[in-house]
Write a protein that binds this ligand. Sequence first.
Ligand code: ZN
Length: 277
Amino acid sequence: MPELPEVTTIVNDINDKLVGRTIIEARLTSFGENLRVKSKQDLDQLLTGKKIEKAQRKAKYLLLKLSSGDNLVIHLKLTGQFILRDKSAKADEFTRMVLNLDDGKQLRFNDRNGAAEAFISENLEEIKDKVAADAFETDLTLFSKNLLSSDKKTIKETIVDQRIIAGVGNIYADEALFLAKINPSRGPKALTEDEQITLLDSIKQVLNEGIEHRGTTIDSYRDLLGNPGTHQNFLRVYGKGNRPCSNCSTSIEFTEINGRRTHYCPKCQPDNQLTLF
Ligand SMILES: [Zn+2]
């Protein structure tokens, strides 16, 4: 499930390896029917012959800025991949769109479960309306204001809400709450100012660690060259249910909060504080 660090890693790789390359052919496979870039005419008109100028990230969206001024916008959702291969490399599973480049390489947009998005946008208004500032763009005043405006019952659901703080998903939310010693079930409006400061710092810290380790690969995330990240080897609580907490050796609890897998240490993150909602 690519979150901010994983998308940042792919964006950095594209800026390192693909700037100035021209797309010489774009096509959808039979798996690509649900994508919003639908027709051959669309693809030819919007992508073929265009140079890749740069890649950017907005929240969890990957934006490929083209020489036409348009952006190819990709959201990897749960299982999307954006991978650079030699054109002759063996097929990947679930490739939905293929972009052939002028140096004989091929960009493949793969997605197992079919929820990932690809579309062309000139001005990105559609994205700007959907997401809040990301963790690195958020200061304490904004964070505090957004927490108070949350319509969620718990702080866990609140920090994965892209309208509150963009780029954080299940993995980094659990990691940040553990680092901040805040129980994931607490109400978002009950945090003290000190806790808000610690939580925002912790979110930034875990995202930076994720970027440093080129992302977390639990399932299908891969970087631009198809390699897994390594941050899964550095996780503190996520995926560690029933294993001892690294701080206090208490068993890490695994639960679901409104359908979201959630991991926390009941001793380091006690739920004995006043919850105002
Ligand atoms: Zn603990």
